[in-house]
Design a protein around this ligand. Structure first.
Ligand SMILES: [Fe+2]
Length: 146
């Protein structure tokens, strides 16, 4: 089944970039599902139905978070920005500027590729970043629903 997740001809893209693109698409779909459940929950008056929807939305939170972690493990520059924004208290915009400055500071290093799906070198500074990208530590993702 054709999809529009590729912006460039898929047969010209390396396998790791195709996987990266699929995971980006999955991340988008999980975020959309979270938003759809938020809308449904805002209108649902049946408490049992709402409880089921909340449970389903919790699943989407998990899926989104796993997708994001997968992508961050493979993209050190993205992780650099995310580490300065996510789970920080204070001004989000300020943290965003700090993250951008941090990643811009690393752009002088030409060995750091501009697009960075998994390169084989783990990111530093985070215990989870040292893990193999193929070992998410959460069990296989086979059979997971989107
Ligand atoms: Fe999902």
């Amino acid at each position: 089944m054709p999809t529009e997740q590729y912006h460039e001809p898929p047969d010209e893209l390396p396998q790791d970039v195709r996987t990266f693109a699929r995971m980006c698409t999955s991340l988008i779909e999980e975020a959309e599902a979270i938003g759809w459940y938020a809308q449904r929950l805002a209108l649902e008056r049946d408490s049992a139905a709402a409880a089921i929807m909340r449970d389903a939305q919790n699943e989407e939170f998990k899926h989104f978070s796993m997708d994001l972690e997968y992508l961050l493990r493979r993209t050190p520059r993205w992780r650099t920005v995310a580490e300065r924004i996510l789970f920080q208290s204070g001004d989000i915009l300020e943290h965003g500027e700090e993250g951008e400055e941090a990643v811009d500071a690393g752009n002088d290093d030409e060995s750091n590729p501009p697009v960075a799906p998994w390169s084989g070198a783990p990111a530093t500074g985070s215990p989870s970043a040292a893990a193999s990208p193929d070992s998410l530590g959460i069990g296989g993702l086979r059979g997971r629903d989107a």
